[in-house]
Design a protein around this ligand. Structure first.
Ligand code: GLP
Length: 245
């Protein structure tokens, strides 16, 4: 696992955006894994600023809330349409997001893994990290080989995400999330953390064991994983633990 320190969120976004742009240059039909949350936003802004277009690419979202009405502005489909599909010219039918309004969410989750496999698997997967070390919506305790499935969100995650809603009561209690086993099959993982509230989780990721108590620790056993940090997110790490980007 490589750990890179950048100056600020914008530089972190530029670094990851450059890797995505290279992947698309090499293979315009590349399959990207796209993440939501505040951390990846500088990546999408940087891609848009650089004029990167994804007309032949395919993108798979990490997760989606269960139970929001279709078209809800904070559904991850709507967020990814705003941040990725429209500004980067991704074809609407090649943005894949689990259907959180499906009549049978369990069947939808299983079908999602099959759709990723049919597309040839994810090449480059972008990730954020939760304050408790979750990735996508795999909360602590998720087995390291889990498939895409329906999960219940922890109180802490719902509280963290309440900022996107009118309050915690409006944050759905369940989601469909790519599993840790699903995420680990992506050929390359890039995790971005830019704020100090992530520093404890980042330190545990860098120094602690590989454990389902810290879902992000799957990056430690992945053959091609990079963690991109700002000084705030790297609080408490020492210089020999990262490379300057
Ligand atoms: C949500 C998402 C995760 C994301 C996390 C952190 O729980 N499901 O994919 O990594 O939030 O988000 P942020 O970057 O806004 O802190």
């Amino acid at each position: 696992m490589r750990i890179l320190l950048t100056a600020d969120p914008s530089a972190a976004g530029d670094l990851v955006a450059r890797e995505i742009a290279r992947a698309v240059d090499r293979d315009p039909a590349t399959v990207l894994g796209v993440a939501t949350g505040g951390s990846p936003e500088p990546v999408y802004r940087s891609l848009a600023r650089a004029g990167v277009r994804l007309p032949h690419a395919t993108a798979f979202a990490l997760d989606e809330y269960v139970g929001l009405p279709p078209g809800h502005p904070e559904s991850y489909r709507a967020v990814l349409q705003r941040l990725v599909q429209l500004p980067l010219g991704l074809a609407a039918d090649r943005l894949h997001v689990p259907d959180g309004a499906a009549a049978d969410p369990d069947a939808e989750a299983a079908a999602y893994d099959a759709r990723i496999d049919e597309a040839g698997g994810v090449g480059l997967q972008l990730l954020g990290i939760g304050r408790n070390g979750h990735i996508a919506f795999n909360e602590p305790g998720s087995a390291l080989d889990t498939p895409t499935r329906v999960v219940r969100l922890t109180e802490d995650t719902r509280r963290a995400n309440a900022r996107f809603f009118t309050g915690i009561d409006d944050v759905p209690e369940r989601a469909i999330t790519q599993g840790l086993g699903t995420i680990a099959r992506a050929r390359r993982l890039m995790l971005i953390a830019t704020t100090e509230d992530k520093a404890d989780a980042v330190r545990a990721l860098v120094r602690g064991p590989v454990t389902s108590d810290l879902p992000a620790s799957i990056l430690r056993i992945h053959p091609d994983a990079t963690v991109v940090l700002t000084p705030e997110a790297a609080t408490g790490l020492s210089e020999e633990e990262f490379e300057a980007a």
